[in-house]
Design a protein around this ligand. Structure first.
Ligand code: PNS
Length: 168
């Protein structure tokens, strides 16, 4: 089956505060397997993100522009309600280490209970990316460390400017 034949819609939800090379790796590997991959930012500000939902969406649009079947969007409320609106049959999540597993298992089982027709699909982070998280990237740059290779270059620039503007 080629990409064009597949009507399968997958949603890749996350906070993406900001998008890292780990997220990018997952999109690169999943996009060819589905008809459409909707990368969707959780717009809820309860997690006190560094970037607004609009800024996170804009960064994703910049770094994912080469993928013809990837749509960038945002959502609020229950993920499964959003996935249903998007007519998605799959939710994509990445797993880096065993420490991710418990949280992901809980979410996947709750989502399955709420929407048995939607599957959660896990992909293992690439070896080169298994230690990268948005939280650690922000901490390292805030403390003056080098984050090149951990986030796409445009994101590194935006992050640096935001952290400097905040006075470190
Ligand atoms: O990148 P993150 O922070 O690990 O993403 C978490 C996310 C956005 C996938 C999760 O918080 C979520 O789905 N939130 C939407 C609210 C919801 O549906 N909650 C019930 C899921 S069990």
């Amino acid at each position: 089956m080629t990409q064009a034949d597949s009507g399968l819609v997958a949603v890749y939800p996350g906070t993406f505060d900001p998008v890292t090379n780990g997220h990018l790796d997952l999109v690169q590997r999943c996009a060819p397997l589905v008809g459409k991959l909707v990368v969707s930012v959780l717009a809820n500000e309860a997690k006190s993100p560094l970037f607004s939902a609009e800024e996170r969406v804009d960064m994703l649009k910049v770094v994912l522009q080469e993928f013809a079947n990837v749509e960038i969007d945002f959502f609020d409320g229950l993920l499964i309600d959003y996935a249903r609106r998007k007519q998605a049959r799959l939710i994509l999540r990445g797993i880096r280490a065993i420490s991710d597993y418990e949280y992901e298992l809980q979410m996947a089982l709750m989502n399955r209970r709420l929407a048995p027709e939607i599957e959660t699909m896990f992909m293992m982070a690439g070896e080169a990316h298994s230690f990268i998280s948005s939280r650690l990237v922000k901490e390292v740059i805030r403390l003056g460390g080098n984050i090149s290779g951990l986030v796409p270059p445009p994101v590194e620039d935006i992050l640096r400017r935001r952290i400097l503007n905040q006075g470190g």
